[in-house]
Design a protein around this ligand. Structure first.
Ligand SMILES: Nc1nc2c(ncn2[C@@H]2O[C@H](COP(=O)(O)OP(=O)(O)OP(=O)(O)O)[C@@H](O)[C@H]2O)c(=O)[nH]1
Ligand SMILES: [Mg+2]
Length: 294
């Protein structure tokens, strides 16, 4: 059997399940997920290596209307991930409707040089009857077959992987067997902390948060010491993140620590600090410092 490989960008509007799908395809939690739109901010590579070959999936921020400088960066990251790749997966949400963001993305990609696979996610949320209707509707919109899946329940995900391989060329193994992402540890830790904030806080608060891991130390007693700063835009947000008697920051720390411990297979001491950086989402120099600008 020939070895195939290639780069596959997963694109779609916010919250359709791009990050969930990639984690499911790769079989590891690489990308953070949340019930809120605009969770993912960077384009992130997640690598599947098998006997058939290697697929490098690129997770992207959901395409939406930009309202600030951070949004603009997210859009650049998403659209920039369409260049020089082998295949596009356009992910649609089977439990909602074809919206204007779907149309906007479709207009952008339809004349692309890369091949496109159309996929409809979240079919666990709809009846079989609605599934067939929705599949037809989406097929009419894009003029191609649409593959129904549930990324959450792993339904049809293997079939999708086979489909992806069928579009990829013969090629080399780009990354070593044990490499599952191109991101450094510090970024992964920071993202897991940000994920917990997306789950535990509301309204504008999670959107105005950036996390930077400042120090990682392996200590003599063989645990990990990780110090991270949580940046917020406003004083009132700092109060919310800390919570009454520090309750919220303790919960964020506890949830994030558990996941980092699972990942690192060792005990972790997580030292979290909350700092105010006024309106950082609007300022070029601060965006750069947060890693949201090249
Ligand atoms: N019921 C159901 N929920 C799903 C499925 N896939 C993802 N979700 C949920 O949809 C929400 C959004 O998932 P994400 O993977 O963060 O979506 P995304 O497209 O990466 O979102 P952004 O990064 O904000 O663009 C989460 O609450 C997921 O648990 C699915 O197949 N079925
Ligand atoms: Mg995402």
């Amino acid at each position: 059997m020939s070895y195939k490989s290639g780069f596959v960008t997963v694109i779609g509007r916010p919250n359709v399940g791009k990050s969930t799908l990639i984690n499911s395809l790769v079989g590891e939690k690489i990308n953070i997920i949340s019930p809120r739109p605009q969770t993912t901010r960077n384009s992130i590579k997640a690598i599947y290596t098998g006997d058939e070959g290697q697929i490098i999936f690129i997770d992207t921020p959901g395409i939406h209307k930009a309202r600030n400088e951070l949004d603009k960066y997210m859009l650049e990251e998403a659209y920039g991930s369409l260049d020089g790749i082998d295949l596009i997966i356009f992910l649609l949400d089977g439990s909602t409707y074809w919206g204007k963001n779907d149309q906007m993305i479709y207009n952008q990609i339809k004349n692309s040089k890369s091949e496109i696979i159309y996929v409809m996610n979240k079919i666990d949320k709809i009846s079989n009857k609605d599934l067939i209707k929705k599949q037809q509707k989406y097929s009419e919109k894009v003029g191609e077959d649409v593959i129904p899946i549930s990324a959450l329940n792993n339904k049809n995900v293997d079939r999708l992987k086979k489909e992806v391989f069928s579009h990829l060329p013969e090629g080399p193994q780009y990354y070593p067997d044990d490499m599952i992402t191109d991101q450094i540890e510090r970024f992964v830790f920071a993202e897991l902390i940000r994920e917990k904030i997306f789950y535990l806080t509301r309204e504008e608060v999670p959107y105005g948060v950036a996390v930077l891991v400042e120090e990682v130390k392996e200590r003599e007693n063989e645990d990990y010491y990780i110090r991270a700063n949580i940046y917020v835009e406003k004083k009132s947000h700092k109060g919310i993140i800390i919570g009454k008697n520090g309750k919220m920051i303790k919960k964020i720390g506890k949830d994030a620590r558990k996941e980092i411990e699972d990942l690192m297979q060792t005990k972790v001491y997580l030292d979290l600090w909350v700092k105010i950086l006024k309106d950082w989402r609007e300022k070029d120099n601060l965006l750069r410092r947060m890693g949201y600008k090249s």
